[in-house]
Design a protein around this ligand. Structure first.
Ligand code: GDP
Ligand code: IMO
Ligand code: MG
Length: 422
């Protein structure tokens, strides 16, 4: 029986999920997103061109691949219209190869405003959200107030929208946020709703389950395990389950259908937005990682915080998702550092531990590091394991021993071609 494989991020997002989903797509006939929304920015590079996808799955540039936006995703009609137009202009057949779940919730203009108002009201304590309306939309979903893709065809869509909007406006007023022009936002929203009516939509849980016996399906995660609503550094998290458990809810498939779980991590760590980051480097080394890794958000352009690889957090993420296939990204970025460090444990309030503490936000966490000698060779031109330098291999061997499994794909650059498989 075919299984649904999963590709997901093991850190704080931006691990390179887009590149790997695109790289793996030739082995799959269906790619499905199961959570998140346009807070994601997944970069793909091929034929010298970079494409950034936000809500559309990363298989869209392969003409034989069906791309499903699952029920667990939140969709902003305005943003997805722009994304579809961009991807169509780049040659993808979106009308044939994209399907929306009718049960995916809609991000309304006032959800975006609520996100901004809530961040504004939090001041210094803000989450550093992408301001895409993610939190407020999931809040309405769980609070049973949301609107879904399937509702856009109903005759009372406008009146349902109006009732929800009016509630939101009260809340926005309460938060003292006034910096917006709602009529303009609403005009583009309703134009985008009309645009979306021409695209395929379905009860995608039936579609996915009917395809399992005959098709290879890959579920593509967004964000990262340390941003998971339950297991991330709460409250500095996103509002969905980013771990493999989210695939069952986000697509409507049973746990026994889950197969290989590809876990993706960078050879170091990054985080964008607020919240704890034990191995963060606030010095020249952190700056160098940011510069060499071009660590600026694909969605918001914000500089990403950078630090050494954190094995405590990585092992936690591997455990949570049952990862059985590891992929290391951006190995090339570590070239030319004299010394490379890996965090093997935390000292929490002076006590050494290999567990992620409950209250990561309010504990004093000091990383315990193991140090490695760097290498000067340029990894971006390596195409097979035998091309990799000895010092890199020593770093890799240590990680494989610590993580208890082989690292089966090593990425050495953003391009599809810059990918070394075992
Ligand atoms: P995602 O959100 O997990 O899909 O990751 P992003 O696309 O937001 O960020 C990853 C960034 O790293 C993108 O700019 C990719 O083009 C780039 N990238 C991916 N893999 C590699 C790699 O192995 N080396 C380098 N230097 N860049 C990479
Ligand atoms: P991809 O899929 C990195 C972060 C935000 C913020 C927190 C909450 O490209 O890896 P939200 O807008 O979700 O309410 O923001 O989560 N965040 C991401 N960081 N990559 C992402 O997606 C992210 N999506 C959200 O910066 O700290
Ligand atoms: Mg990203």
């Amino acid at each position: 029986m075919n299984k649904v494989d999963v590709v997901l991020g093991l850190q704080w997002g931006d691990e390179g999920k887009g590149k790997i989903a695109d790289f793996l797509t030739p082995n799959y006939q269906v790619i499905a997103r199961f959570q998140g929304g346009p807070n994601a920015g997944h970069s793909l590079k091929f034929n010298g061109q970079t494409h950034v996808l936000n809500t559309i799955p990363s298989g869209i540039f392969h003409d034989t691949c069906l791309n499903i936006i699952g029920n667990g995703v939140v969709v902003d009609p305005v943003r997805i219209k722009a994304e579809i137009e961009r991807v169509e202009a780049a040659g993808a057949n979106v009308r044939k190869n994209l399907v929306f779940s009718k049960k995916a919730h809609l991000i309304l203009p006032t959800h975006r405003l609520l996100d901004a108002a809530s961040e504004h009201a939090k001041g210094e304590a803000k989450i550093g959200s992408t301001l895409r309306g993610i939190g407020p939309t999931y809040r309405d979903k769980i609070g049973r107030n949301g609107l879904r893709i399937g509702d856009i065809f109903s005759t009372d869509f406008a009146s349902k929208y109006k009732a929800i909007k009016e509630d939101h406006i009260k809340l926005i007023g309460f938060l003292g946020y006034t910096d917006f022009d709602l009529p303009t936002l609403e005009a583009e929203f309703f134009e985008a709703i009309e645009f979306l009516k021409a695209f395929n939509n379905s009860d995608s849980e039936y579609l996915v389950n009917s395809l399992i016996p005959t098709h290879k399906i890959l579920a593509e995660g967004a964000q990262g395990s340390m941003l998971d609503i339950d297991f991330g550094s709460y409250p500095f998290v996103t509002s969905s389950n980013t771990i493999s458990g989210g695939v069952c809810n986000g697509l409507g498939i049973a746990p026994q259908h889950i197969g290989t779980v590809y876990g993706i991590f960078k050879a170091y760590c990054t985080r964008v937005g607020s919240g704890p980051f034990p191995t963060e480097l606030l010095d020249a080394t952190g700056e160098e990682l940011r510069k060499k890794g071009h660590e600026f958000g694909a969605t918001t352009g914000r500089p990403r915080r950078c630090g050494w690889l954190d094995l405590v957090a990585l092992k936690y993420a591997i455990m949570l998702s049952g990862v059985n296939y590891l992929i290391m990204m951006k190995s090339d970025v570590l070239s030319e550092f004299d010394e490379i460090k890996v965090c093997t444990a935390y000292k929490v309030d002076g006590v050494e531990t290999t567990h992620v503490p409950y209250d990561l936000c309010n504990s004093t966490v000091e990383p315990v590091y193991k140090s490695f000698k760097g290498w000067t060779e340029d990894l971006t031109i390596c195409r097979s394991k035998s091309d990799l330098p000895a010092n890199f291999n020593a770093y890799l061997a240590f990680l494989e021993t610590e993580l208890g499994m082989p690292i089966q794909i090593i990425s050495v650059g953003p391009d599809r071609e810059q990918t070394i498989t075992a």
